[in-house]
Design a protein around this ligand. Structure first.
Ligand code: R5P
Length: 294
């Protein structure tokens, strides 16, 4: 049974590219909002018995895109689809994975439960923000895989940016996994800094002992949201005498003038992947997704 691709409104272009990679058909959809704000979803074509792949990233308007995803998956299953694979490259709500304060919703738990309940049979995501969870099996009861875009990012950097044996930097301990992977691919060394989050938009970065004088640096993180983490990291590295600084991420969420902040801090270049369409989404992840679901 060959796969059939369906793109939600957040990821239509990525769905087209995935369909090309897999040489698979892409189904047309009718997706709109009613005047009162409700979502409407229609998937065109014969859905009976198909092996459907739904691509929907959850940036900026995660609630809207989530609702659309639920409607698409249930519509597919109700209409006879045999299997539905969800591809959610940027998985929103992953950061609220525990009750930090009494009475808080554990959003990740609610979202994952709903994704399963509507009929998702298996799920793929990319560099999910799993700082406290070491195993996707602890979040999902369906087969779920956390892919990584870091090798694709490293490949892009090696091929397109003129850097001299750059030091790879993770802004905090959690970013070590991504810094290590990028360093392996670029055959160079890496280090991590210390980050203290002061609020949802403010962070403090400490470099510890770090020799970056006259060295090119690549900062790697999973998400660039407000850009505060990267901007502060660049300032700290510049103070230590770093040369060219490139910032790279899997998910360019880019809110709150993030790019302005990062370039003002002194970035040489900022790049992200197509998990989220943005002005810096230059690293294509369609092939990474295709390889995983083949
Ligand atoms: C947090 O731990 C993440 O890995 C990112 O560092 C964070 O989401 C970036 O957010 P911002 O761009 O708002 O500093």
């Amino acid at each position: 049974m060959s796969k059939v691709i369906i793109g939600g409104s957040s990821s239509y272009v990525l769905a087209v590219k995935l369909a090309r990679e897999l040489n698979a058909p892409l189904l047309d959809t009718g997706i709109k909002r009613f005047p009162d704000g409700e979502n409407y979803v229609r998937i065109d074509g014969n859905l009976e018995g198909i092996d459907a792949v739904v691509v929907q990233s959850m940036y900026l308007n995660p609630d809207e895109y989530l609702m659309e995803y639920f409607l698409m998956v249930e519509a597919l299953k109700d209409s006879g689809a045999k299997k539905v694979t969800g591809i959610i490259p940027y998985f929103a709500y992953a950061r609220q994975d525990k009750r930090f304060n009494p009475g808080e919703a554990i959003s990740l738990k609610t979202v994952s439960k709903l994704i399963e309940t509507v009929g998702t049979d298996q799920l793929f995501t990319v560099d999910m923000h799993l700082h406290r969870v070491d195993d996707m099996g602890k979040i999902f009861n369906i087969p779920a895989k956390n892919l990584t875009a870091i090798p694709a990012i490293a490949h892009y950097i090696g091929k397109n940016l003129t850097l001299e044996k750059p030091l790879i930097i993770g802004p905090d301990e959690e970013a070590e996994q991504w810094a290590r992977t990028a360093a392996e691919h670029l055959e160079t060394d890496y280090d991590v800094l210390e980050k203290k989050r002061l609020s949802s938009t403010e962070v403090e970065i400490t470099t510890r002992e770090l020799d970056v004088k006259n060295r090119d640096v690549v900062i790697i993180d999973d998400i660039i949201s407000t850009g505060g983490t990267i901007a502060k990291t660049i300032e700290a590295l510049k103070n230590k005498g770093a040369k060219k600084i490139v910032a790279a991420c899997s998910h360019p969420v880019l809110v709150d003038n993030a790019l302005k902040k990062i370039y003002t801090a002194g970035a040489y270049n900022v790049i992200g992947t197509t998990s989220i369409p943005s002005p810096i989404s230059v690293v294509e992840i369609a092939a990474t997704l295709a390889d995983a679901i083949k």
